[in-house]
Each structure stands twice: as structure tokens, then as C-alpha cells.
Design a protein. Structure first.
Lengths: 292, 182
């Protein structure tokens, strides 16, 4: 019953990289943005371009990735972007600068409650989208460009124990199976008259009505689990240290990419903590542009 | 409560940790489109009930792995990137209810279901508080935003989901386990 991701071998630079290199580069990008709390648009743009370059270099066919990209962009732009624009949450406290010029305001009459969109919040929302995409784009590539057979080996070679590596490996393999089971269950329930698009009632009623989707998939997975445990026990899993069929070796290009990641991370830390560069600010050209 | 079998990390924990993670990732991905009101970047996740169920049924190691890996997978395929502190918070959310695994002997008994929901609530509190407070250092938010904007809606939303779906999952599991005979 195990199925894999929609992975296809492609002769690209990205797929020739060692999987550990890609994980390390991804972690370096995330840490470079989050640990020194980088919100400066110049650094964000640089990291975004690096992530976008990786994404384009992966050469994933449009027909394969258009659907997930569509949903991901809706999430990033409408949930994260709009949330940043309207609430200013998810970023440094300087976003809520009370002196920032107001672009739009709709208050409940007689109160100070309502919606206030400032230049600062608008710029923050744009930065937030760029920042999230910088971290998301290399992560999106992984299921399409990394052979599912080497996830376990990659984690093992990065220092994880056999059990943890195998858990990661199995989780990556099970995910598309359960996503597919969920789709089949939705279709089966629809055939019985279940209308997912018309979940009526309050929050509690809506959650309760998700049970016909969640329960069958979860219960079936527990049965599948017993079969997998039996199969692994029959192969004496866990009785001795495992050997892994696939071996991984770093090539010069891997060292170059890991070096790039480390340099980016260190540079962001030094810029922020050493020179005070990298914090959130609204550039003058943006304020002038919005205010005309 | 914390006997050897509770903290055992063998084949069963590997497999159910992976299954829990994959389910949590798949359900999170499917429900990432329903954000809680005033919840910052936190999304509404009925999948939390599944995570807590895996903790209660298979122990703290399974809960920790399912929460940590599952949240990472769900965020990755939703395009959110990787946020280690939220993944670790989700891991704690699965691990804490797993501490009562050994004391849950009848998944249909009302008292044990109530106990599981109670420990689930504790797990949600611990996990979401950890993630919300670490967001102060990672995301640069203030304490008020961490508690009011992140922790409170995440805690309440996950608690409601758990209180409704966990009993259904436990009763369904009792039936499956009885048919399977182990």
C-alpha cells in the first residue's frame, strides 16, 4: 500500500546535490531569516532570489506543480499576507508604529475599534510574503525532486538514530498514501450524500461533521500500522544497527552550496548583531510611492 | 505511569510515530484553509485531535514524533516553510497526553475518555505555550501578542477540536482494537 511522492528523476543541478546539502541549505536559509530576525527588504530580496533560483533550477513541469502552487499562493497571499496587512501580527512590534501614515481606516462609529491599515502594515505584509516564500520555495521542491528512497539515509547520515531516521522515512512515504485515502474517503462520503462544501452550523457542528472524513482514514491507518509492524518484525528490525542500502557522498558542488548557506547565515547574524542592519523599517521610496 | 513500556522506542513506536506524523501532516494540509479568527498565522487544525489520540493510544514517544514530524510535513506541503519552535510545540502537544497511555485500558469508558481529554488539554496548553513564547524570540513579537494573539486562540481552537473529536476517535478505536484482538 505504500506509494511515493510525485518524484521524477531529472538531470538538474538541484537533483544532483546530496540531499543533506539541500536540507542544510534550507535550514541555513530559515535560520538566517529567523534567528537574527531579519526584516530588512534588501536582505529578504537577496534570500528570496536565492530560493527562487533554486525553484527555477529544479525545472519541475508546470502541470505537476500548478495545483499545489495555486493553493500555496492563496495561503501565503490571502492568509499570511492579509493577516499581516490587517493585524500586523507575526512580526516585530515596530510594525504597529502609531506614527505610520494611515492608508485606510474603518472604525465602528463612536469607538476607536475597527480596521486601520497603515503604510507600515502594508510594507510588513509585503515583506512577510517575501520572507515566507523564501523559506517555502526550497521546501516545496523537496517532494518533487528528492528521491523518497534516500530520506532515511539522509537523516541517518546527518546524525539521527536508526529509529528516528526510519520514522522520518516512513512518514514521508505514508503522507501521500493518507492524502490519497483522505481524497477517496471524501469521494465515498460524497457519494453517500455528504456535502463538504455545505457544512452548516457553528464551529462545533462543523468540527463534528468532519468525523466521517477523519475517523475512517485514521482507523484504517491503525490497521495498516499493525501489518507494517509485522513485516518489520519479521525482518528483525531493531535487533541490531541497521545498514542502509543507499550511500551518500558529498561532491565539490555540495561543499560549495553548504558554504554558501553557512556564509549567508553568518552574514545575517553579523549584519544584525554586529552592525544593527536587518531590522524592520519602511523605506522612504515606498512611503512616497504610496502617498503619491 | 512512566514505566518502561511508556518510554519504549521500538518497532511499534517507529511505525505509529510515522503514521501519526503522516496523518497529522495530511489533515493539517487539508484544513490549513480554515484560519481561526484573530489567530495570527495559526490555522484551524482538527488534525490536533488525531495527534492527541496517537499520543494517548501509543505513548509519549509516538506523540512527540507525530507532532514534530507531522507539523513539519504539514507546514512544508502547505508552503509555510519550517518553524522549529511550532514543530517542537506540536511535538509536546502529542507527548504530554502520551504520559497516560499505560493507564488507558478501556477506550470506551467514560472516565478514561474524560481523563484523555483532560491530559489532551494539558498537552495543548504546554505545547502552544512553548511555541507562543518562543515566537517572541523568533518572530520578535511582544508577550501580549504571544499570549493573546497566538496562545489563546490556538489553545481554545485546539481544545474544542479535541473535546469533540477525541472521544469519537477513542470509541472507534475501541471497536477496531476489539476486532483485531490486540
Amino acid at each position: 500500500m505504500l506509494v511515493t511522492w510525485k518524484y521524477r528523476p531529472r538531470n538538474t543541478f538541484i537533483q544532483r546535490l546530496d540531499p543533506r546539502t539541500r536540507f542544510i541549505l534550507l535550514v541555513c536559509t530559515i535560520f538566517a531569516l529567523t534567528i537574527p530576525e531579519i526584516w530588512d527588504y534588501r536582505i529578504l530580496l537577496l534570500l528570496f532570489l536565492l530560493s527562487l533560483t533554486q525553484f527555477l533550477m529544479a525545472r519541475i513541469e508546470w502541470k505537476d506543480i500548478r495545483r499545489p502552487l495555486f493553493f500555496i499562493f492563496i495561503l501565503v497571499f490571502f492568509i499570511i499576507g492579509l493577516n499581516g496587512l490587517l493585524s500586523g501580527r507575526g512580526g516585530p512590534s515596530s510594525v504597529a508604529d502609531p506614527n505610520s501614515p494611515i492608508i485606510f481606516q474603518a472604525l465602528i462609529p463612536g469607538t476607536t475599534w475597527g480596521l486601520t491599515v497603515t503604510i507600515s502594515k502594508l510594507w510588513f505584509a509585503m515583506n512577510q510574503v517575501i520572507r515566507i516564500l523564501s523559506m517555502a520555495l526550497p521546501a516545496i521542491l523537496i517532494p518533487y525532486t528528492m528521491d523518497p528512497n534516500i530520506y532515511g539515509t539522509a537523516f541517518k547520515r546527518m546524525g539521527a538514530s536508526d529509529n528516528v531516521s526510519f520514522t522520518m522515512d516512513l512518514a514521508f512515504r505514508f503522507l501521500p498514501t493518507f492524502a490519497r485515502d483522505l481524497t477517496i474517503t471524501i469521494d465515498a462520503q460524497r457519494a453517500r450524500g455528504y456535502e463538504m462544501e455545505k457544512l452548516k452550523g457553528g464551529l462545533v457542528a462543523k468540527i463534528r461533521r468532519l468525523a466521517p472524513l477523519i475517523i475512517p482514514v485514521t482507523m484504517q491507518s491503525t490497521v495498516t500500522g499493525e501489518e507494517v509492524i509485522d513485516a518489520m518484525d519479521l525482518r528483525a528490525f531493531g535487533t541490531a544497527p541497521r545498514t542502509w542500502l543507499k550511500d551518500l557522498k558529498y561532491a565539490p558542488r555540495d561543499y560549495a552550496m553548504i558554504g554558501l548557506g553557512v556564509v549567508l547565515f553568518v552574514a545575517c547574524c553579523v549584519l544584525k548583531w554586529g552592525f544593527g542592519i536587518g531590522g524592520f523599517f519602511v523605506p522612504e521610496f515606498f512611503t512616497n510611492f504610496v502617498l503619491g | 505511569m512512566n514505566n518502561n513500556s511508556t518510554w519504549e522506542f521500538g518497532t511499534r513506536q517507529v511505525v505509529y510515530g510515522a503514521i501519526g506524523a503522516a496523518l497529522y501532516g495530511a489533515f493539517s494540509w487539508a484544513t490549513n484553509f480554515f484560519p481561526l479568527p484573530a489567530a495570527g498565522n495559526i490555522t484551524f487544525r482538527p488534525a490536533v485531535a488525531v495527534l492527541i489520540f496517537f499520543g494517548v493510544a501509543y505513548g509519549p514517544i509516538v506523540g512527540l514524533l507525530a507532532g514534530f514530524i507531522g507539523n513539519t510535513l504539514g507546514d512544508m506541503i502547505s508552503g509555510f516553510g519550517f518553524y522549529w519552535h511550532w514543530s517542537l510545540g506540536n511535538g509536546l502537544m502529542g507527548m504530554v497526553p502520551g504520559l497516560i497511555m499505560a493507564s488507558i485500558t478501556d477506550f470506551k469508558a467514560r472516565s478514561q475518555i474524560i481523563k484523555a481529554v483532560g491530559w489532551g488539554a494539558l498537552g495543548i496548553a504546554v505545547g502552544m505555550l512553548f511555541a507562543s513564547l518562543t515566537e517572541m524570540f523568533v518572530g520578535g513579537i511582544d508577550l501580549n501578542t504571544a499570549l493573546v494573539g497566538y496562545f489563546t486562540p490556538a489553545f481554545l481552537g485546539n481544545l474544542v477540536v479535541t473535546a469533540i473529536l477525541l472521544p469519537i476517535l477513542m470509541i472507534a478505536f475501541a471497536g477496531v482494537a476489539a476486532r483485531r484482538g490486540r
